[in-house]
Ligand binder design. Structure first.
Ligand code: XMP
Length: 511
């Protein structure tokens, strides 16, 4: 496998993903974790990620220097490159005046295994750091530079140590995948042997071994993660998996009924549907503060799930659809706490309270890998490729206070919007699309009469992983049609607006 050392870059996860996309298993560790004993025989290459630290200051994030003596090929990216250069005796300068953020063009200076088939007549890459190598360490040579001769790729061919100043893992770098291909197959000489479908059998056997004849409980939401986790565990232990679906009443139109039917009838799972919509609505009455809504929904969900699960005897395990990015995000390599933007609703607080052992069969996978796994388990396409949906559901898409009437209006609007997106073959081009209901009414005219109704907001974004997002540009034909269709079919709405903000500075959800 390939080891990725995370120095705190926002895009470290993408490195792991690119490598896995090429059929090679990779794992992310913090520099701190490198100090622990580990079996280096299995590690065929090491990648140092980028990060906000700077080697031009006294206190910079370091690694044990002995890593260079292991004779394992190393690729440093951005900060990773600067760290290599610094530790190997080169000079790095902070070039505040001529910072190279964003797009840059680089030029080939020498041939290298790392850059085979990488350059074209105008190679464009993505940079994000203000430090640059100004003097090469001993035994290193420059492979590429920018026009103003900043060194952008360096190598020590004999020791198999390489560094790139730009980010080959982001899609903005043209042909960045080639850098990883060359590093993996020409330099580390690894084989393609990571395939999610091959992992399926291993996972099923592992679940069998862990759970034996005990019972497992899981909260099934009908989202991709919990659905795939449930199908997988069901393959291993059949009816000993008990699924509980808590209907908050804040789901999309008919979604829960549909999901319940599929899991019960088609997949023959042990599913229990709990209609808790009345109590959710009651607790949310007159609450408009987004954080309070989130907390109320999250807490109530846990309370109901706990109560329902106690009805089943001899349950020893709680299954969760935790993914690999969730695990990496919950630790921090720099020790700095990121500021809390929103209280996410998930069932993470459950196991401690309920005294259950946790099983997380998807904890090694990325979302797209989970989808491959889902497909191979026979999960229907509409669930497997469904856009992400937040735990608090429509509760955070009805801005201001929530009423039954508003939920109904929003479900109808959202249903028309999403169906229209599907009909126009746009669903797969969009990372997430939804409708929200704004708490203001405006004047309109219908026939000869005045109307005074709500505004609904449509949002659609493209994204890699939800951390950043751009709004989606709909074809004019689509935009022209959607507003009329909504206003003509949904009573209570007379105006439709489209959200054209990206993340940052906005977020994907409104609350
Ligand atoms: P934001 O609004 O923070 O959303 O840009 C990023 C992604 O996270 C989803 N989201 C949630 N998912 N529980 C979830 O499971 C939550 O409480 C929650 N809040 C936001 C959001 O839909 C988007 O995909």
């Amino acid at each position: 496998m390939i080891l990725i050392v995370d120095f705190g870059s926002q895009v470290t996860k993408l490195i792991a993903r690119r490598i896995r996309d090429l059929g090679v298993y990779s794992e992310i560790v913090t520099p701190e974790e490198l100090k622990k004993k580990r079996d280096y025989d299995k590690i065929k290459g090491i990648v140092f990620s980028g990060g906000p630290s700077t080697v031009t200051k006294k206190n910079f994030l370091k690694i044990p220097v002995k890593i260079f003596n292991l004779k394992i090929p190393i690729l440093g990216i951005c900060y990773g490159l600067q760290l290599i250069a610094k530790l190997k005796g080169g000079k790095i300068r902070s070039s505040k005046k001529r910072r190279e953020f964003g797009r840059a063009f680089i030029f080939k200076k020498k041939n290298s295994l790392l850059t085979k088939n990488f350059f074209n007549s105008k190679t464009s890459v993505w940079m994000s750091h203000e430090d640059a190598v100004v003097k090469l360490p001993k035994n290193f040579r420059a492979i590429a530079s920018t026009k103003d001769s900043k060194l952008t790729i360096i190598e020590n061919n004999r020791e198999k140590i390489y560094g790139v100043q730009f980010h080959p893992e982001v899609t903005h770098t043209q042909n960045g995948k080639q850098i990883f291909k060359n590093f993996l197959f020409l330099i580390c000489k690894v084989k393609r042997n990571w395939d999610v479908i091959f992992q399926k059998e291993r996972l099923i056997q592992e679940i069998k071994k862990t759970v034996k004849n005990e019972k497992v409980i899981c909260a099934l939401s009908g989202g991709v993660d919990s659905s795939v986790a449930a199908l997988l565990i069901n393959k291993a232990i059949k009816k000993n998996l008990i699924c509980i679906m808590v209907d908050t009443g804040l789901m999309r139109k008919d979604e829960f009924k549909y999901t319940y039917k599929i899991f019960k009838k088609r997949y023959n799972l042990n599913v229990n549907l709990i209609d808790a919509s009345t109590i959710f609505l009651k607790k949310l009455k007159n609450i408009s503060n987004p954080e309070r809504k989130r907390k109320i929904i999250g807490k109530l969900f846990i309370k109901i799930f706990e109560k329902e699960s106690k009805k089943f005897k001899n349950v020893k395990f709680l299954a969760q659809g935790t993914l690999y990015p969730d695990i990496i995000e919950s630790r921090s390599s720099t020790g700095s706490k990121t500021s809390k933007i929103k209280s996410h609703h998930n069932v993470g607080g459950l196991p401690k309270k309920m005294n259950l052992k946790l099983i997380e069969p998807l904890k090694d996978f990325f979302k797209d890998e989970v989808r491959v796994l889902g497909t191979s388990l026979g999960l229907t396409k509409d669930i497997c490729f469904r856009h992400p949906f937040p735990g608090p559901g429509l509760g955070i898409r009805i801005i201001g206070s929530i009423t039954q009437e508003k939920i109904k209006i929003l479900q109808e609007v959202d249903n028309i919007y999403i169906n229209e997106i599907i009909k126009n073959n746009l669903y797969e081009k969009i990372w997430q699309a939804y409708a929200a209901l704004l708490p203001i009414k405006t004047v309109g005219v219908m026939g000869d009469s005045r109307t005074y109704e709500y505004i609904c907001l449509l949002r659609a974004v493209t994204s890699e992983d939800g951390m950043t997002a751009d709004y989606f540009s709909f074809p004019k034909k689509f935009v022209d049609k959607i507003s009329n269709k909504i206003v003509n079919n949904v009573k209570g709405v007379n105006r439709v607006v489209y959200d054209i903000s990206s993340k940052p500075p906005s977020t994907i959800e409104l609350e």
